[in-house]
Design a protein around this ligand. Structure first.
Ligand code: GDP
Ligand code: GDP
Length: 475
């Protein structure tokens, strides 16, 4: 499956120049039919080892009349609909214009994935423009110079994970279509949400099934839990010997009180290890298998056995989920056989804080997959974790907050030069990611970074979600 990237932006920001750099002479399609405006160009791009199709909305500069805006909009929308990724260029030298804002608006609404680039960014004259570009609410801009070939590595880094993800998704779809190698139990076709795995970050997802992975050591009770959620014994036993299978996905409507349901897609890895023989091999399998489920998920439920909680393997998988930027819920299972619940709970919370400080504030719920007790709480914890993971804090509120934080506890002054925190914005959600523009970002001690992250968590009520904080210099 080939990736398609559209370069969009108002006239004169440097789209054609970048297109030519990416495509070179490999122009695949020139529409030279008489009477047809040649307004979308397409070519085969190369960037490092990446190969993709690139679309350029050339020809815009010819339109100088009143219809320019309408035409630009239509053309851009067409390009956006054809593309997997939109590379949105702004001119860092000119700064952000109202027309750029219109484009940003179109892209926020229409495109699954947007990469923002501040072009013409060679040299310091572009710094102010790059900073302004943060304000578009489309994430952190890449500094690019199409003319001078600068920033191409950053561009590569932005495209590459998506290309990977698409390949992975294509492979998963192939595997799902071939049940002899991968058992998938699925009520519905993959059609309606097959797009979703491709970083569907800019879209509201409420109507889509929430992607939840249940991970944990063998025998923690994953199959029992999932069967309980499904309400019947639908999860099959392990596959026949010799058949490998990856994560199983199940569509389920989890009842939510008053006849409401939460649509979910559950990724489970349970069946495969049932018949595995060698313990060592089994451990290895379940880790790599869990890893796969984690990559697909939005929320990861780490299921622990109350009798042996926070084993090495549990910690590894929880840490992995955090590093992958997933929302995490810790569920402690087999609570029905626990006798001294009060003490046990205290002990669990203490171990959690000590062993997984990176997941501070993540919900910890006790459940019994066997009796079904605590499943409502688990359901609510999953929804809440998902909400927090999606949270967006307005830029104005963040900047007010930032000056308060700085006043309460100013950043250090390495070699007598105080680190100045200037401006802050939320560059992304899922999980929340923030960018702080400051002087001497490389001098910022970890303790101050932690102070900011913990403050964000507390003050904007974002418990449990991974929070990313990037410090940027201005030059
Ligand atoms: P388009 O209308 O968006 O396709 O823009 P063009 O590619 O035609 O470029 C518009 C103008 O900006 C041309 O004069 C280019 O030479 C210039 N330009 C393009 N890229 C850069 C760049 O990276 N840096 C600078 N300084 N100028 C650039
Ligand atoms: P998996 O390997 O994680 O899928 O674990 P299973 O669902 O196969 O469960 C392993 C064992 O734990 C089985 O014997 C289950 O009956 C038992 N088990 C699972 N959940 C509970 C629970 O909530 N309470 C009790 N007492 N036993 C449970």
């Amino acid at each position: 499956m080939s990736l398609t990237l559209a370069i969009v932006g108002r006239p004169n920001v440097g789209k054609s120049t970048l297109f030519n750099r990416l495509v070179g002479k490999r122009l695949a399609l020139v529409d030279d039919q008489p009477g047809v405006t040649r307004d979308l160009r397409e070519g085969e791009a190369r960037l490092g080892d990446l190969r993709f199709t690139v679309i350029d909305t050339a020809g815009l500069e010819d339109a100088t009349d009143d219809s320019l805006q309408g035409r630009m909009r239509r053309l851009t929308e067409r390009a956006v609909d054809m593309a997997d990724i939109c590379l949105f260029l702004v001119d860092a030298r000119a700064g952000i214009t109202p027309t750029d804002e219109i484009f940003a608006e179109i892209l926020r609404k229409r495109s699954a994935h947007v990469i923002l680039a501040a072009n013409k960014a060679e040299g310091a004259a572009a710094d102010a423009g790059v900073l302004e570009a943060y304000g578009l609410g489309l994430g952190e801009p890449i500094r690019l110079s199409g003319e001078h070939g600068e920033g191409m590595t950053d561009l590569y880094a932005a495209i590459q994970p998506l290309a990977d993800k698409m390949a992975e998704q294509a492979a998963a779809e192939d595997a799902e279509a071939a049940p002899e190698t991968d058992v998938t139990i699925d009520d519905e076709g993959e059609g309606e949400d097959s797009q979703q795995t491709l970083e569907d970050r800019a879209r509201p997802t409420s109507e889509k099934p929430l992607q939840v992975a249940v991970v944990g050591r063998p025998n923690a009770g994953k199959s029992t839990l999932i069967n309980r959620i499904l309400g019947e014994d639908r999860l099959l036993t392990g596959p026949e010997a010799g058949i490998t299978r990856d994560a199983i996905s199940l569509r389920v409507d989890w009842p939510q009180g008053e006849g409401e349901v939460t649509p979910m897609r559950l990724f489970d890895t349970a069946g495969m290890r049932k018949k595995a023989k060698v313990q060592e091999k089994l451990e290895k399998l379940s880790v790599s298998d869990g890893l796969r489920a984690v990559k697909f998920a939005e929320v990861v439920v780490v299921l622990l056995d109350a009798a042996i909680p926070f084993e090495q393997q549990d910690l590894r998988i929880a840490d992995l989920a955090e590093r992958e930027g997933r929302a995490v819920v810790i569920a402690v299972n087999k609570w029905d056989i626990e006798e001294n619940r009060q003490d046990k709970l205290r002990e669990l919370k203490e171990s959690f804080d000590r062993l997984l400080p990176q997941l501070r504030g993540a919900p910890l719920v006790t459940v019994s997959a066997k009796t079904g007790r605590g499943l409502d709480r688990l359901h609510d914890a999953i929804l809440r974790a998902h909400q927090v993971w999606n949270r967006r804090v307005p830029t104005a509120a963040l900047n007010r907050w930032l000056s308060g934080m700085v006043e309460a506890h100013p950043p250090p002054a390495p070699q007598g030069r105080r680190i100045k925190l200037r401006y802050m914005t939320q560059a992304k959600t899922r999980p929340p990611g923030f960018v702080v523009m400051c002087s001497h970002p490389d001098k910022m001690p970890d303790s101050y970074r932690r102070y900011l992250i913990n403050g964000l968590r507390e003050d904007f009520d974002m418990p449990g979600t991974p929070i990313r904080l990037t410090l940027r210099g201005q030059g």
